[in-house]
Design a protein around this ligand. Structure first.
Ligand code: TXA
Ligand code: MG
Length: 338
């Protein structure tokens, strides 16, 4: 379902991938496509190279990075132990959008894990990402390739918009497939815990290993998240975003805000795009297939910036399947305002 295997594209890109791998070996940072979003990669074993990722993104240093591998055997240098539940998840979902947190070894550069004794690892299911990791010959640490706080990039142009002049380059693999980031689960604790909803759903995980815990902060604002990255405002367009749980009210809100002289945006889906009379109306996929909403989510949020929206109202989506990840990102982008 997630495999982005564009063999012809791979052939087409082979010299670019080789060049990108050389930059990684030299300790520089390169953006590359994965099946979820574009990553900003550097050699996970090279402390100086990792520092460049944090600098380029303006990322807080207490937010650890995910390490990307191309082969399962790369795990043994990176983690001390792979518990049975983790093995089951690996068999079921790698390569794919699942990041597994395990106890780390000391071979990984300090700042990758932001001082934690665990590391998040994933094997992406994108042919360009996999061949880049293989060509570089090292595990590649990579956060999403956006400026910190902004929506994650799903095209090479998004990366260039945010990071031009700050990184060695970007391998252009077109639009990414899943559109939201990987699911993050902690397998270093006694009871497996979900930290970030993403491309693999909780139900899919539970089909493989049975019931799992969910970080309480995903439901209650008052709890401190277990995953450092989840505490920051994220994915946010420049305009103020409001989630409207009863979408029939959006039309009135739009009118009120326009009367006050604001440039107003609405985020909806193809089904209802004709209903709204706002300055910017963006159709983000189809409501009857939430995976299309996930795919277009970040590009849609970025479109409001391009059109200088000051206030944005978004419809809410059902919190089921991939809709859980979509609503999690919207809630963060709206800073919890519903
Ligand atoms: O799909 C993805 O996961 C993309 C692509 C590029 O692979 N990457 C990505 O990375 O979204 P980033 O850095 O934007 O998000 C990583 C998340 C953060 O919330 C971070 O706090 C969490 O994973 N994380 C990483 N290592 C962790 C650890 N050892 N313990 C807890 N959380 C961790
Ligand atoms: Mg990110």
């Amino acid at each position: 379902r997630w495999i982005v295997d564009k063999e012809d594209q791979l052939l087409h890109k082979s010299s670019e991938i080789k060049e990108a791998a050389l930059w990684i070996k030299k300790g520089e940072v390169i953006a590359f496509p994965t099946e979820t979003v574009y990553g900003l990669g550097a050699n996970a074993l090279d402390e100086k190279a990792i520092q460049k990722i944090f600098q380029a993104k303006g990322r807080p240093s207490d937010n650890p990075l995910i390490v990307h591998i191309a082969k399962e055997e790369q795990l043994k240098d990176l983690v001390t132990d792979v518990p049975l539940v983790a093995k089951k998840l690996i068999n079921a979902f790698w390569p794919g959008p699942l990041t597994i947190i395990l106890k780390r070894t000391n071979s990984i550069a300090e700042s990758v894990t932001a001082g934690l004794d665990t590391v998040g690892i994933r094997m992406p299911s994108h042919s360009i990402a996999l061949s880049l990791i293989e060509a570089a010959g090292v595990p590649i640490a990579a956060p999403s390739a956006n400026q910190s706080g902004k929506p994650s990039p799903t095209t090479a142009n998004h990366v260039i918009h945010d990071l031009d002049g700050k990184i060695a380059g970007v391998v252009d693999g077109g639009v990414t497939g899943v559109g939201v980031e990987s699911t993050v689960v902690d397998c270093s604790v006694d009871r497996v815990m979900l930290y970030r909803p993403g491309g693999v759903t909780k139900e899919e995980i539970e089909d493989v290993i049975g019931a799992i815990e969910v970080d309480p902060s995903l439901h209650a604002e008052t709890e401190a998240p277990r995953s450092p990255g989840m505490k920051y405002t994220h994915y946010a367009p420049t305009g103020q975003l409001y989630i409207v749980s009863d979408c029939r009210k959006i039309k009135d809100y739009v009118q009120e805000a326009r009367i006050k002289g604001h440039r107003v945006g609405v985020l909806t889906t193809e089904e209802r795009v004709a209903e709204y009379d706002a300055d910017i109306v963006v159709a983000c996929g189809k409501r009857d297939d939430l995976s299309t909403v996930a795919q277009k989510l970040y590009d849609s949020l970025r479109a409001f910036d391009g059109q200088k929206a000051e206030i944005i109202y978004t419809e809410a989506f059902p919190k089921e399947g991939i809709g859980i990840a979509v609503m999690n990102r919207l809630e963060k982008a709206a800073d919890g305002v519903i």
